[in-house]
Ligand binder design. Structure first.
Ligand SMILES: *[C@@H]1O[C@H](CO)[C@@H](O)[C@H](O)[C@H]1NC(C)=O
Ligand SMILES: *[C@@H]1O[C@H](CO)[C@@H](O)[C@H](O)[C@H]1NC(C)=O
Ligand SMILES: *[C@@H]1O[C@H](CO)[C@@H](O)[C@H](O)[C@H]1NC(C)=O
Ligand SMILES: *[C@@H]1O[C@H](CO)[C@@H](O)[C@H](O)[C@H]1NC(C)=O
Length: 611
């Protein structure tokens, strides 16, 4: 008998493995269109990591992709994971698989969690779709969609920095300018350059409240990427500053990071003058550290004389290396002595260089969370530099511009999703398999399962189980129909209720292994699982048969519950099959179900190293 199961198992494994060529992506019964990326995670000190969720936005190619006739399931876009790599929210379908950048939780608007990100401009969409800065509320509904309202070409992909209070945000701004090359000692020659700067935007209207541009402030010869002998450039021009981060302090001054001058600038919010330069060819400070091609510069702390900054020193770019390892850096500049000193440095754990993109975040408990970008590589460090965790996408095909960690509360406006299917060998031997998920919900600890005799019937609680992954499976004795679920938090509060769904039946009962006489009819859950949930009153004369049925149901439910526990503990296909078969399903039924779960086509796209 057992050997037969094993044989069947191997047959099934073959089917699954074949369908599973894109096994670095997750797939779900409840949300079949979503293909979320899996993480590979190594923990070195699990208790020491900070609480919070991961915010990443994987993309395959950095520019908008040409529309193709190939259907691609939802892979690219904003995602939230918990610290074990369990999916919390997939936003990829919401934005039609379009690139999203700088995706993060925003907890500085009011007392509720929000999300912010950049939706990249559309493919060849010209002026009609220049991209947007988005703010979602904790129900995943857009609260603000900030368009480009001035003459800028697109919403720049690097930064959407929502400032405290949520009234304004910073973005980077690139412009093509035709200038004389006097900066390079060639005053009578003209050519194109790409200037870099920042805009402060009114979040409600998109109005540009402040714009600063490198033209007239940062000479071309400050660039580490322009050779003075080069012939003048056509449009768009030399990308001589390549601005990639902007921040604002309480005094109203702006921090601007320019990758191709290897310099971080403090810019006066009053008159736009450069107050100081840190790094690069013309640093105003005596430094005890070096950096170059930096990313994600942020104020950590500042007062009138001292400013603490964080940034990712990638120390190299597509063309050259200045150092041998990229690092998250915390530095302090002192404008009374014009000195800058390194406070903390966290090297990339694998000793490699992050050539493109990245982010650095000091977490509330002092830990440091770093996104190294390529393949979604990210790490968390203790304040004294111990590597507590490192992780990356299982797939080599995707990167994330930045990776963040934040506390977050997600309460989706959509109800939980549930899919139920029934299998059995005959009328007395039936099982209903539930799959349940709730895209975006945090804090779900367990699920309650209900069935009804018909749409108007009272809901009968048929069981509950701990939430153990994005999608939780539950097996219940009997042919249950008109099913629904409740999401329950750790304190027993009900967070949400699904709609009522019909249970899927095999398209052909016989082929699915059913050997009873006629097509089976759904069970009355009240008989199988005891009295109805509500109302509590009038459950008077309970006849003997009912009592007996209840007792039997209880016994069987116990067995099924044990089975559920085992499945959740092991999560293995083998156990799953053995259990389902032993409680009355049939291998053929399972086979049918697995066939239903076949993966959608995946089209590989190359990672393009650009920024
Ligand atoms: C945020 O919560 C605090 C304390 O509960 C309260 O005093 C304050 O009014 C709240 N602010 C907003 C914007 O809701
Ligand atoms: C500014 O910050 C520095 C560094 O934290 C500190 O030493 C200094 O006392 C502060 N100055 C004022 C006026 O608070
Ligand atoms: C730094 O980033 C730039 C641009 O993102 C990239 O071109 C460069 O290779 C990076 N350097 C390192 C050491 O990662
Ligand atoms: C299921 O419900 C029972 C009774 O309300 C409760 O004691 C138990 O903790 C619940 N189990 C889970 C996993 O929520």
């Amino acid at each position: 008998m057992l050997s037969l199961w094993f044989l069947s198992l191997f047959a099934l494994r073959g089917v699954v493995a074949k369908a599973d060529a894109d096994s670095d992506l997750m797939s779900f019964v409840t949300l079949p269109e979503i293909r979320a990326l899996k993480f590979d995670i190594a923990y070195y000190d699990r208790p020491a990591v900070s609480p919070g969720y991961w915010f990443v936005a994987p993309y395959g190619v950095i520019d908008p992709e040409a529309p193709t006739k190939q259907w691609k399931p939802c892979q690219v876009g904003p995602y939230i994971y918990d610290a074990d790599g369990v999916l919390i929210w997939a936003g990829s379908c919401m934005f039609d698989n379009r690139n999203i950048f700088d995706f993060k939780a925003v907890n500085n608007i009011d007392n509720e969690s929000h999300l912010s990100f950049i939706l990249q401009h559309g493919y060849n969409s010209g002026a009609s779709d220049k991209g947007y800065g988005y703010i979602l509320d904790q129900h995943y509904e857009p609260e603000n969609v900030v368009a480009v309202t001035n003459d800028l070409g697109t919403f720049n992909m690097h930064e959407f920095n929502v400032l405290d209070g949520g009234k304004t945000a910073l973005a980077c701004a690139y412009r093509n300018e035709y200038v004389d090359l006097g900066d390079l000692g060639r005053p009578n020659e003209y050519g194109w350059i790409v200037t870099g700067g920042l805009v402060e935007l009114d979040i409600a209207t998109g109005e540009v409240l402040f714009e600063w541009n490198s033209l007239g402030y940062i000479p071309i010869h400050e660039s580490v990427k322009v050779n003075a002998d080069w012939p003048a450039s056509n449009e768009p021009g030399w990308d001589y500053v390549h601005v990639n981060a902007a921040d604002k302090n309480a005094a109203g001054d702006y921090l601007l990071s320019a990758r191709f001058t290897s310099t971080i600038y403090l810019i006066s919010g009053e008159d736009g003058r450069i107050i100081w330069r840190l790094g690069g060819k013309y640093s105003d400070f005596v430094q005890d550290f070096t950096f170059s091609k930096q990313h994600h510069a942020r104020f950590v702390d500042s007062n009138a004389t001292h400013t603490t900054l964080s940034f990712l020193n990638n120390a190299s770019d597509e063309a050259e290396n200045e150092e041998t390892v990229s690092a998250a850096m915390f530095v302090q500049v002192d404008t009374t002595t014009m000195t800058a000193r390194l406070l903390d440095r966290y090297d990339r754990p694998d000793g490699d260089l992050t050539r493109l993109r990245g982010s650095v975040q000091r977490l509330p408990n002092g830990n440091v969370f770093v996104g190294w970008s390529e393949r979604g590589y990210q790490s968390e460090h203790s304040p004294d530099g111990k590597v507590l965790m490192q992780a990356n996408f299982a797939s080599t095909r995707f990167s994330s511009y930045r990776s963040y960690k934040f506390p977050f509360v997600g309460r989706p406006s959509q109800p939980p999703d549930v899919v139920a299917s029934v299998y059995g060998t005959d009328e007395t031997d039936m099982a209903t398999i539930f799959h349940v998920s709730w895209n975006g919900a945090t804090d779900v600890a367990s699920w309650n399962f209900y069935a009804r005799v018909d749409r108007q019937g009272l809901p009968v609680l048929i069981g509950n189980t701990t939430k153990f992954d994005f999608e939780t499976m539950y097996i219940a004795e009997g042919y249950l129909d008109w099913v629904s679920v409740e999401a329950v938090d750790g304190d027993g509060n009900i967070l949400g209720t699904s709609e009522i769904h019909r249970t899927d039946t095999p398209p052909n009962w016989r082929l699915a292994g059913f050997q009873g006489d006629a097509k089976p009819a759904p069970d009355d859950p009240a008989i199988l699982y005891g009295k109805q949930k509500a109302p509590e009153e009038d459950v008077e004369e309970v006849d003997e048969a009912y009592e007996k049925a209840k007792e039997e149901a209880k016994e069987e439910a116990k067995a099924v519950n044990m089975a559920n526990e085992v499945i959740h503990g092991v999560g293995g296909l083998l156990i799953f099959i053995l259990v389902v078969c032993s409680v009355g399903g049939l291998l053929a039924g399972i086979y049918w179900m697995l066939k239903q779960r076949r993966m959608q086509a995946y089209y590989e796209v190359p990672v393009v190293a650009d920024d």
